[in-house]
Design a protein around this ligand. Structure first.
Ligand code: ADP
Ligand code: MG
Length: 314
């Protein structure tokens, strides 16, 4: 029997425990990147959290595909050749990662993301529409120095939150804060040691398992939060850029753990698209592991996962 405690309660419980030992903690919530973000620190006031929220707002002005004032929006209009330092880092990584995954992760997937418009649709697009949206997709089109998207449109939805989580934990660390949980809509990064829950992809209100994280990030990709159903079939927000359709690789959810939240974020999406064999992608990154829950409920992990993260299946 799975326990009916939500991830939220698990986190709250842990934070309460942290508060007991440190004597103080501050938790704040905000909305950014189309998701709820929660940050908790062991500080007694919310100054550093408010600073972090400010940073989130400025990162949105860089990485949002839909905000007409963002750098990415201007890039997709073809009006930018000089990238900001943050954009350069994320774009370079995304391009290299697109190559590494042979296009399972493709940074030029934007026309398909727009077509599928998961939050706005109730009926899937036609084969003809999919074919049309597929034609400008292809990471090979991107050039650096000077930067050119080569007619492709870019989406950083599978990687930007990870990059931002890394920048936020870096900021907290530089501010001398040693215990913090940054949760950007399920994209979790911690300083210090915390136990966090992995949601049950078949019943997202429940915790499937818990893991222990120390100065690491855990990022989950799954089809249980952003989706619509049509004629008994689920359509979700992770696209297979090779077919133009929602990825169907036999994975219900994949959680990647890494010291880099950007690596974990990109990997979780790529593994979700490619299937269980893509677990081997983790070995390209230092100290990086993953846990897959298949659509049949089977759990598959990288080596030593159970011991390394004190995995407990509920
Ligand atoms: P979430 O956004 O729920 O955290 P992911 O990290 O898996 O989930 O990213 C999914 C998002 O990434 C989509 O909303 C879309 O913007 C983008 N995306 C979807 N499919 C791909 C893909 N194959 N390669 C790169 N980006 C993708
Ligand atoms: Mg991702």
């Amino acid at each position: 029997m799975k326990k009916t405690i939500s991830l939220f309660f698990i986190l709250i419980f842990l934070l309460t425990a942290a508060a007991c030992t440190s004597g103080q903690r501050t938790a704040r919530q905000a909305f950014a990147f189309d998701t709820v973000i929660n940050i908790t620190t062991d500080e007694k006031d919310s100054f550093s959290i408010n600073q972090a929220f400010e940073k989130c707002r400025s990162y949105e002005k860089i990485f949002s595909r839909t905000d007409s004032e963002s750098e990415l929006y201007a890039i997709n209009q073809g009006s930018v050749t000089q990238l900001s330092a943050d954009m350069q880092t994320v774009m370079k990584f995304s391009l290299e990662f697109s190559r590494l995954t042979d296009g399972a992760f493709d940074v030029t997937v934007a026309p398909l993301v727009e077509l599928w418009n998961i939050n706005g649709r109730t009926v899937p697009p036609s084969e003809k529409e999919i074919k049309e949206a597929l034609s400008p997709v292809g990471y090979e089109k991107i050039q650096f120095e000077p930067f050119s998207a080569g007619g492709a449109a870019i989406d950083l939805g599978a990687v930007a939150k990870g990059y931002i989580a890394d920048r936020l934990t870096e900021y907290f660390s530089q501010s001398g804060i040693t215990n913090v949980i940054v949760d950007l809509g399920g994209n979790v990064a911690v300083l210090g040691e915390y136990t966090v829950g992995i949601r049950n992809p078949f019943n997202p209100g429940q915790v499937f398992a818990t893991i222990k994280l120390k100065d690491k990030s855990a990022v989950t990709s799954g089809a249980y939060q952003r989706y619509f159903e049509y004629q008994g079939k689920r359509y979700h927000h992770i696209i297979d850029p090779r077919t133009g359709k929602c990825a169907e690789s036999g994975i219900a959810s994949v959680t990647v753990i890494s010291p880099s939240s950007m690596h974990a974020d990109a990997l979780s999406t790529a593994i979700y698209v490619s299937g269980t064999d893509a677990l081997t992608l983790c070995s390209n990154f230092p100290d990086t592991d993953a846990l897959i829950i298949t659509v049949d409920g089977e759990v598959i992990t990288t080596e030593n996962f159970e011991k390394k993260y004190d995995l407990r299946i509920e």
